[in-house]
Design a protein around this ligand. Structure first.
Ligand code: PLP
Length: 350
């Protein structure tokens, strides 16, 4: 039986006392081949979707949170705090509930997908909406965690990135070797940093013989790394990557350069197109931010990045049901009809 990432990879996540481990059995998410997507984009490459929406709180944040909250408990902490565009708060709330400690979450007002807010609330977190953006929220929780006995569980907490390495371990375990390219959305840039660290850790202990190129994608309206400047007012439909000043900026640049990869941007239209494509062609529903990985793959393919024969993994960072409003907005409306078979058949085109 799967035991959660800490117990599944004990060589990488050591605990002197197992009773401190707080897990909801995160990880072990499927690596789904996407042949119809590949057929459409480039039949000469293989695409795999690391579907992180199937974690306990439906995003990859659980991988880091199990470790961050376990370490907080190990050190005797009774409360955690985070700033969040949504998924970090959902995850922190759930793991704090599991641990029996308090969670305080500070979110930017009006920019949180409905499902994520519901999660933080139902798990019993104290939720504070600040009238500002994510970066404002982060500055506040950083200050509070410095002055009070409350553990910060944003990705500035090194245990978050440490736990998120497990995504790379699982991909190598599934494929038997690393992919040629690993594509993912970039917000605070913790995940691209973590995957690269995970691949390097597997390489260093001899479990894999080569390393992938990391390709990361920001939304054009929130592309500080691509443009080399802080965005004071980041804007994108992909709220999970609506970040103007990424916490792991330098580490992401390092991951890009060490791996021989790239970090580029995609437009909101390209993100929405990819979002519809992966759900309609593969039956895999992710949130808009996640689709930036596919939008980026499409853009780079068009620019001739691939020679043929490459294996590409796209991390789909969060589940589509977190953000039903966007799904409804980009889809065809249901047809309203009288309760008569003939009329329904008429709509069906028979
Ligand atoms: C947090 C998050 C991201 C961005 O990840 P970073 O580590 O901040 O770059 C992307 N997609 C989803 C769904 C997220 O929750």
């Amino acid at each position: 039986m799967w035991k959660g990432i800490i117990r599944q990879y004990p060589d990488f996540f050591r605990f002197s006392d197992q009773k401190h481990v707080v897990t909801i059995l995160e990880g072990n998410t499927p690596l789904i081949p996407a042949p119809r997507l590949a057929e459409k984009i480039n039949p000469n490459i293989s695409i795999f979707l690391k579907y992180e929406g199937l974690n306990p709180t439906c995003s990859f944040k659980d991988r880091g949170m199990t470790l961050a909250v376990s370490r907080a408990v190990e050190s005797g902490s009774k409360a955690v705090i985070c700033a969040s565009t949504g998924n970090t708060s959902a995850s922190a709330a759930a793991y704090a509930a599991r641990a029996g400690i308090k969670a305080f979450v500070v979110i930017p007002e009006g920019k949180i997908a409905l499902g994520k807010l519901a999660q933080a609330m139902i798990h019993g977190a104290t939720v504070i909406k600040v009238l500002g953006n994510f970066d404002d929220a982060l500055n506040i929780v950083k200050k509070i965690s410095e002055d009070y006995p409350i553990t910060l569980v944003n990705s500035l907490n090194p245990h978050r990135i440490e736990g998120q390495k497990s995504g790379a371990f699982e991909i190598c375990d599934s494929l038997g070797s690393p992919p040629d390219y690993h594509s993912l959305p970039v917000g605070n840039a913790g995940n691209i940093t973590a995957y690269w660290a995970g691949y390097k850790a597997y390489f260093d202990c001899g479990k894999i013989k080569n390393l992938p190129r990391m390709i990361g994608f920001q939304a054009e309206g929130a592309s500080p790394i691509v443009q080399g400047r802080i965005f004071e007012k980041p804007e994108t439909i992909a709220t999970a990557i609506r970040i103007g000043n990424p916490a792991s900026w330098q580490k992401a640049v390092q991951a890009r350069d060490e791996s021989g990869g790239l970090i580029d941007s995609v437009t909101d239209d390209e993100i929405l197109e990819a979002y519809k494509m992966v759900s309609s062609l593969e039956g895999v529903f992710c949130e808009p931010a996640s689709a930036a990985s596919i939008a980026g793959l499409i853009k780079k393919n068009t620019q001739g990045l691939f020679n043929g024969g490459e294996r590409v993994v796209c991390t789909l960072t969060g589940h589509g049901l977190k953000d039903p409003d966007n799904a409804i907005k980009v889809s065809r409306e249901p047809v309203t009809c009288e309760p008569e078979t003939k009329k329904v058949l008429n709509v069906l085109g028979f």
